[in-house]
Design a protein around this ligand. Structure first.
Ligand code: TRP
Ligand code: SF4
Length: 349
């Protein structure tokens, strides 16, 4: 068997939430786009994970997965440089999830911070299910089945990657192939990007309804920016403001060039510019970032088959890797598909 050498493998996933927003881009996607040039990247859409909360109505799941894929392609993920696929198209994830569920102590899952948090926060859905508790076990299977070295994630997901390391360690302790461990312990790669504020000043998030979508046309972007909150101390046009405490100021820092930032800083602090003008500059910067994405996306929107073909090719590649791992897992657990004569099995311990 050929041993895997450089480059290191990167694995990450996003739930199928539908159209992505600028917060998804700045927090994760732009990082993935850079990584595809340095690593052997596997990026997938976690539609089974979406079911842990959306199980009662699955009508949007598939369409949402496609929307995520289109936004990935728009942002610059390139099927020639990374492997993109949908989780449920690679059933080996479910097989490994089952086996890992056998060795994962309940206490480990009950202690995961997102578990309690989400059960407390999402009141409108019954999250008292087996699948919801097992969310991080499925995530561990996602990572382990590709023997991922690095997992780029936001801070909230770090406990899941840490749990994956513990599950991998426990598996390696119980089962080996001729003394050799099957799974490496993956490392989280924390994305350190500044949190992107939404139009209401809170973190940009679909659940707050304060997003700018990657697909928003220019007039929508401008309209959303017009309603964005600003430095609350700047009530009148003549009041000086402070871009460091203003969400629009944060947008400038992330998306505008140095020259614009300098104009904003001086103009805001001296009340030399108004917020309306300042916001229109921020909108200019956003539109500049979004335009090339929307142009790339159009190609796939006009020909959706193209995007689906990319997924199918990605799933093929992913299934090959996943089934190789599953063969090793079966061998390690002494449950391989190979015929073994009953007599030789009897004497073995
Ligand atoms: N739980 C992740 C999220 O909500 C999505 C995810 C599923 C994931 N499987 C993964 C991320 C494996 C990294 C690796 O964002
Ligand atoms: Fe914010 Fe710009 Fe207004 Fe200053 S001028 S308060 S940075 S919107």
């Amino acid at each position: 068997m050929a041993s895997r050498t450089q480059p290191k493998r990167v694995l990450s996933g996003m739930r199928s939430t539908g159209k992505l927003h600028l917060g998804n881009f700045v927090g994760a996607l732009d990082n993935w786009v850079r990584m595809q040039n340095q690593f052997d990247c596997f990026f997938f859409i976690a539609d089974w994970h979406a079911l842990t909360t959306d199980y009662a109505d699955t009508s949007q799941v598939k369409q949402n997965s496609v929307e995520v894929l289109l936004d990935w392609l728009a942002a610059g993920l390139d099927p020639d440089r990374c492997t993109m696929f949908i989780q449920s198209h690679v059933p080996q994830h479910a097989e490994l999830h089952l086996l890992l569920s056998m060795i994962t102590p309940l206490g480990w899952l009950e202690r995961v911070p997102t578990y309690k948090e989400q059960r407390d926060n999402i009141k409108e859905k019954d999250l008292g299910t087996y699948g919801f508790l097992g969310y991080p076990v499925l995530q561990a299977a996602d990572i382990m089945i590709y023997k991922g070295d690095f997992v780029p994630v936001g801070e909230d997901q770090v406990p899941h990657v840490e749990l994956t390391r513990e599950i991998a360690r426990r598996f390696n302790m119980f089962y080996r192939v001729r003394g050799v461990e099957v799974f490496p312990e993956p490392q989280p790669l924390l994305t350190t990007a500044a949190k992107l504020p939404g139009t209401d000043g809170r973190k940009m998030s679909k659940s707050y309804g304060n997003t700018v979508l990657l697909t928003d046309p220019e007039p929508v972007v401008r309209q959303k920016l017009k309603t964005m909150v600003t430095d609350p101390a700047r009530v009148r046009r003549s009041d000086p403001g402070n871009p460091d405490v203003c969400p629009v100021g944060d947008l400038h820092k992330i998306f505008s060039d140095r020259e614009t930032n300098a104009k904003v800083d001086v103009g805001c602090r001296s009340a030399g510019i108004g917020c309306i003008e300042c916001k229109s500059w921020a909108a200019d910067s956003l539109v500049q970032v979004l335009k090339p994405m929307q142009e790339r996306r159009k190609k796939y929107e006009d020909n959706p088959r193209l995007a689906w073909d990319i997924l199918e090719a990605g799933s093929d590649r992913a299934r090959k890797v996943a089934s190789t791992t599953m063969n090793e897992v079966r061998e390690a657990m002494k449950m391989s598909l190979d015929y073994e004569a009953p007599t030789s099995a009897q004497g073995a311990q």
